[in-house]
Write a protein that binds this ligand. Structure first.
Ligand SMILES: [Fe+2]
Ligand SMILES: [Fe+2]
Length: 154
């Protein structure tokens, strides 16, 4: 995964996304790595023919919005975060990289069906599914540990 997404993975800006929280206690960087790993695993497991390097780059950049969506500064539109962040991520990614159509599609459509237009390639569908699976796992884990913590505090 790190070999296929080397250029993105090694960039200081991508590395800086470890300061932003995605779900629970998981950083945006960690979340994107997990989505990239899972996408690759899924494609290989199901023997789906994909452009692995483009899928990995798209997965690493799919949440490249570069702000903390929980903080006060962005709090005024946090409800819209789900709708807006794919386009913010795409804009940030395009500032730095020459993206392919596949990579653009992965970033832009990964919130489908929230963003109404469906993915246009296999790579986008896989990243969309992997993102939902990983996000659900992170949120459930956070709720469970929070509950356990609150019970211990009683
Ligand atoms: Fe996202
Ligand atoms: Fe995500």
């Amino acid at each position: 995964m790190r070999r296929l997404g080397k250029e993105v993975y090694n960039s200081p800006r991508f590395q800086s996304s470890k300061q932003f929280i995605q779900h629970g206690e998981i950083s945006v960087k960690k979340h994107c790595e997990k989505v990239a790993y899972s996408s690759l695993w899924l494609a290989r497991k199901l023997k789906i023919k994909v452009k692995e390097d483009e899928m990995i780059r798209g997965a690493l950049l799919h949440d490249y919005f570069l702000y903390d969506w929980h903080d006060d500064e962005h709090g005024h539109f946090w409800r819209l975060h789900g709708l807006k962040h794919p386009f913010i991520a795409l804009r940030n990614a395009e500032e730095e990289y020459d993206l392919t159509d596949r990579e653009r599609d992965i970033i832009k459509k990964h919130m489908f069906p929230l963003t109404v237009i469906p993915p246009m390639c296999r790579e986008s569908w896989i990243v969309t599914l992997a993102d939902k699976y990983i996000s659900a796992g992170e949120s459930i884990h956070f709720i469970k540990t929070r509950k356990r913590y609150n019970e211990l505090k009683k």
